[in-house]
Design a protein around this ligand. Sequence first.
Ligand code: 13P
Ligand code: SF4
Length: 327
Amino acid sequence: MSLSADLREEILRLKDEKRAIILSHNYQRDEVQDLADFVGDSLELSRTASTIECDVIVFCGVNFMAESASILSPEKTVLLPELDANCPMADMIQVSSARKVWKTFPGYEVQPAFVFPHEFTLRDMKARYPGVPVVAYVNTTADVKAESDICCTSANVVKVVESLPGDKVICVPDRNLSLWAQKNTTKQVIAWDGFCHVHDRVTKEDVARARGEHPRALLMAHPECRPEVLERADHVTSTSGMLRFAAASEAKEFIVGTEVGLMHRLKKENPDKVFYSLRKDMICPNMKKTTLNSVLRALKEMKNVIKVPEDVRIPAKRALDRMLGIK
Ligand code: 13P
Ligand code: SF4
C-alpha cells in the first residue's frame, strides 16, 4: 500500500474510533478534500458544523472557520490541524486595539497596502456611525463577530444587508465584498479597507489576457476580487456557487476567478468541461498548510483544540445564528 493510502486508512480508523467528522473548505489540497466527509464554501461549512452529529470536528480550513464551528457547537471538540493556518484578511480588523502592521506571507510579494497602518478600530467605526447595523464577513475573528449584529458570507451578503433595518449598514472587513454588496442593494454600505491578498491581486489586465487566451470561456469571479474584475465577469459568486453555475451552464469552458483549490472539484464534478485559472498564482498559502499528516496528528493527539471563551462565544453565536436564519 502507498504511504498516502496508509495515512488515509489510519485517519479513517481514528475518525471512527473518536466519532469524528472531517470538514474541508473548497480551497484545501486535493488529497485533503478527497478525505473529507464534507467539502464546501464557508456558508455550507457553517451550516454543517451547526447540525452534524459527532463528538469531534476536524476542520480543514483556516482558523476563523474552526472558530465558527466551535462557536456554533461548543459541546463538540473542534480541531484545527495546523494552528497557524490563519486568514490575513481576518487580521485586518480589530475590535478595540489596532495593530499597526499586517503580517506578510512567505513566498509572496508584499504589496504596499499590506503595510499601511490601520489605527482605526471597529469600535471607532461604530462610534462614528451610531445605531448603524454591523455586518461581519465570516472571515473575521470571534471577537469581531461578537461586536457585530450579523455575519455574512460571500454567498449571502446581499440577502444579509437587505435583511437589516434602516438605509445604512457597516460591512467589515473586505472592501471588495462591500462594494459588490453596494452594487446590488439600495442601502448605503459603509466599507472597511480590508482585502484578500489572493483575490485582490487580480486586475482587469488579467481578465483581458485570460479572455484573449480562452475566447469561448465564461468568467466566474469571487466577490473578493476588485470591482474592475467583477464588472467584467459573467457570474459573481461564492466558491460553491461556482460549482453550481459550472454544472448547470451549457458552456464547456470556464475561467475561474478564485483560489486554485476549487479547480479540483470543478474538474472532478464536470469531466466534460474545461477550467482555466484566471491567474495561476491565486494560491492561499494558509489554506495549503493542512496536509494528511497534520490531520492524522491532530486526530491521534487530539491536538489544536479551538475554543472560544463564553463571553465572546455567546454574542458571536447570536451574529452567526442570525445569518443562518436567513434562507
Ligand atoms: P467562500 O465562502 O466563497 O468559500 O470563500 C471563503 C474564502 O475564504 C474566500 O477567500
Ligand atoms: Fe483569507 Fe483570502 Fe485565504 Fe480566503 S483566500 S482564507 S479570504 S486569505
